[in-house]
Write a protein that binds this ligand. Structure first.
Ligand code: DQA
Length: 148
């Protein structure tokens, strides 16, 4: 199984960006963690980051027929992007929304996710471990689909 992990805007700054909120691990640290869990689960990981909404959308389009699932930390686009939501709905690849921080315990504008209704589920609040939980969920989401 292949899983596409997409990281949106400002996540390239992890490690130095608001460490009180996001922790001190860099995106490269998180990638290494996820890759290690991925090989234990026999999952092939493609891990990417972009600050551009359009590039994220193109990557979602390209996932159809290639990846079994998408794990998406859309960053701030979570709260603003109808286009990302339409891309997820359009390609039909099971997508799991994830966040490092608990967006529901933060500013009110982070409580609304435009992508949540078209995702299989949402994981937030566990720091880098949110990625591991999302990966575990993706494996089981696909098992569910295979059995359906
Ligand atoms: C985030 C939460 C978003 O609200 C924020 O804009 C981010 C990071 C998270 O992982 O906690 O950039 O997606």
């Amino acid at each position: 199984m292949k899983v596409l992990i997409l990281n949106g805007p400002n996540l390239n700054l992890l490690g130095k960006r608001e460490p009180g909120v996001y922790g001190t691990q860099t995106l490269a640290d998180i990638e290494a963690l996820v890759r290690s869990r991925g090989s234990a689960l026999n999952v092939e990981i493609d891990f990417r980051q972009s600050n551009s909404e359009g590039e994220l959308i193109d990557w979602i389009h390209g996932a159809a027929g290639v990846f079994g699932a998408i794990l998406l930390n859309a960053g701030a686009y979570t709260h603003t992007s109808v286009a990302l939501r339409d891309a997820i709905a359009g390609v039909g690849v099971p997508t799991i929304e994830l966040h490092l921080s608990n967006v529901h315990a933060r500013e009110e504008f982070r409580h609304r996710s435009l992508i949540a209704p078209v995702c299989r589920g949402q994981i937030c609040g566990f720091g880098a471990f949110s990625y591991i939980l999302a990966l575990e969920a993706a494996v089981n989401v696909n098992v569910g689909l295979e059995r359906a």
